[in-house]
Write a protein that binds this ligand. Sequence first.
Ligand code: FAD
Ligand code: 6V0
Length: 330
Amino acid sequence: MSKAPIAIIGAGIAGLSAAEALQTAGEAVQLFDKSRGPGGRMSSKRSEAGSLDLGAQYFTARDRRFSETVQRWQAQGWVDSWSPNLYQARSGQLSPSTDEQVRWVGVPRMSAIARGLIGDTPATYACRITDVFRGEAFWTLVDADGTSHGPFSQVIIALPAPQASALLATAPKLAAVAASVPMEPTWSVAVAFASPLETRVEACFVQDDALDWLARHRSKPGRDDRLDTWVLHGTSAWSRQHLDLPKEAVIEQLVGAFAELIDCVVPETTFTLAHRWLYARPAQTHEWGALADADLGLYACGDWCLSGRVEGAWLSGQEAARRLLEQQQR
Ligand SMILES: Cc1cc2nc3c(=O)[nH]c(=O)nc-3n(C[C@H](O)[C@H](O)[C@H](O)COP(=O)(O)OP(=O)(O)OC[C@H]3O[C@@H](n4cnc5c(N)ncnc54)[C@H](O)[C@@H]3O)c2cc1C
Ligand SMILES: NC(=O)C1=CN([C@@H]2O[C@H](COP(=O)(O)OP(=O)(O)OC[C@H]3O[C@@H](n4cnc5c(N)ncnc54)[C@H](O)[C@@H]3O)[C@@H](O)[C@H]2O)CC=C1
């Protein structure tokens, strides 16, 4: 009889990273995600204004292994570097803030990376896992419709910490660690103008009550440039305070803050959209790599186990896979 596959819950970059490492080692995996496709916080949303990156805006690569991987992604045509006219804003004052940092984006949209990575890996979408339990030898997953999936030899939970904690009940110590990680929300708004704004600004780190970041979408390589579309992010504090504000009011306030900040006339908008990320970023960074109960065969990974960034999520997926493979060789 062939061996049962490994279940990976969450097809964000952490889950995809673990899947790739395990498949390279000859293991069979099966991914599950509650969304309609892979990518999680690195996915892109289709809209009248083209495909928009509302979550991760770009990423940096500081770890050697991740740098080498990103070079490979570039050779495959999934990513390119992005060098916007970078600004910062303090106390409402805009100033150029050029630097030498290499910043990467998926092309022609952020979700290209997840699409590329998933290849023909078996994946079940629109499937929210609500329970994970172990029988005598194997694991079974249960989804929100009550359907069971399995058997699986091991399980990797690659979700934001609060969602991971809920599925780690079989390993109370891991569940407690995940439950100890608060994650902050981010309101993300896209706003488009029919004619380009007369500004040199293409991206800006903002220190403001409401705004944290703004980016001109068409300045990224390969993007649709029919409209001049901007992505605005609220700060964690503002987003938390305005968590339940209706989307129209969120758009009004963040576009208002943008209009006050930017150094040009802001005309009527032709398109707006708001998206709330409930678990956008961990409140602090950690150095756990991944969590493991190797005897049980249960693992957890995600950005919250490391730096709270794309690089951290990818490295955490690698670490979960490494620990699982190490245990198997014992
Ligand atoms: C607004 C925003 C801006 C950001 N900007 C940057 C940036 O500029 N640079 C940077 O490096 N990082 C940035 N980040 C952070 C970066 O996106 C994350 O660190 C990274 O994408 C996390 O990957 P992950 O795989 O750990 O989690 P996720 O991408 O969250 O993946 C988890 C997956 O699990 C699925 N899921 C959840 N619950 C269940 C369930 N019960 N059953 C099945 N599936 C489930 C979700 O649908 C999701 O696809 C940003 C994030 C946000 C939200
Ligand atoms: N909104 C959200 O939910 C999330 C946003 N995230 C952002 O993702 C980015 C990723 O971080 P890194 O990969 O380290 O990227 P990075 O090195 O470009 O930025 C790190 C931080 O340094 C500051 N900074 C960097 N360059 C400049 C500059 N030229 N001028 C002024 N300030 C600068 C800025 O505060 C920025 O947040 C950061 O900006 C995070 O704030 C990460 C996770 C979630």
